[in-house]
Ligand binder design. Structure first.
Ligand code: IMP
Ligand code: MG
Length: 188
């Protein structure tokens, strides 16, 4: 695959600017800080896409908290479609038993990955388990999972940036944008 010299040239439309993301992250952090006052909060995020959101969100929460990281990948599927068959590449590094766990996600698309993770984490007996996602694409949902904190609902478009990748690229963009269709149609 050729290397993109100008990452931003591959973006057709900026969906969420850096400032919009920062304002929303601050708002979510305030809500979480209110809701979890006096609790034993552990943020669990899922590499790699959630990395920028996790880093920004945790600094907007004014409570003592712990963090842990998992990494999962889906079997099969394509660069733009998840298969729902999830493999754990990196597990939690500490027990979450009796912790109030908030799962921090980049995007919920079909919900298949989240469905797997929720069942997996529930099996570890947390005191509570809630979900926070920066982006939600409700039009594509295949499994119905209640999501407690949603940053933005977005239309059914493949997006990159602020952690989200296409074939492991574009994660370092500071905004969320829609990839020009010719960028990925050339590879599928
Ligand atoms: P789900 O299992 O279909 O909900 O997919 C969840 C995962 O698919 C996310 O954590 C992302 O890694 C990836 N994904 C879903 N939609 C997009 C997108 O629009 N851009 C980049 N990655 C996406
Ligand atoms: Mg991905």
């Amino acid at each position: 695959m050729s290397h993109t010299v100008d990452l931003e040239a591959d973006i057709g439309e900026v969906l969420l600017s850096e400032a919009e993301i920062a304002a929303k992250t601050a708002e979510l952090g305030r809500r979480i800080s209110e809701d979890y006052a006096g609790r034993n909060l552990t943020l669990v995020s899922v590499l790699k896409g959630s990395l920028p959101f996790m880093a920004d969100l945790m600094r907007q929460i004014s409570l003592p908290l712990r963090i842990d990281l998992m990494e999962v990948s889906s079997y099969g599927g394509t660069a733009t479609e998840s298969s729902g068959l999830v493999r754990i590449i990196k597990d939690l590094s500490a027990s979450i038993a009796d912790e109030d766990v908030l799962l921090v996600e980049d995007i919920i698309d079909t919900g298949l990955t989240l469905n797997y993770l929720v069942r997996y984490l529930r099996g570890k007996n947390p005191a509570s388990l809630r979900i926070c996602t920066l982006l939600d694409k409700p039009a594509r949902r295949l499994v119905d999972i209640p999501v407690d904190y949603v940053g933005f609902e977005i239309p059914d478009q493949f997006v990159v940036g602020y952690g989200l990748d296409y074939s492991e690229r574009y994660r370092n963009l500071r905004f969320v944008g829609v990839l020009r269709p010719e960028v990925y149609s050339a590879h599928e």
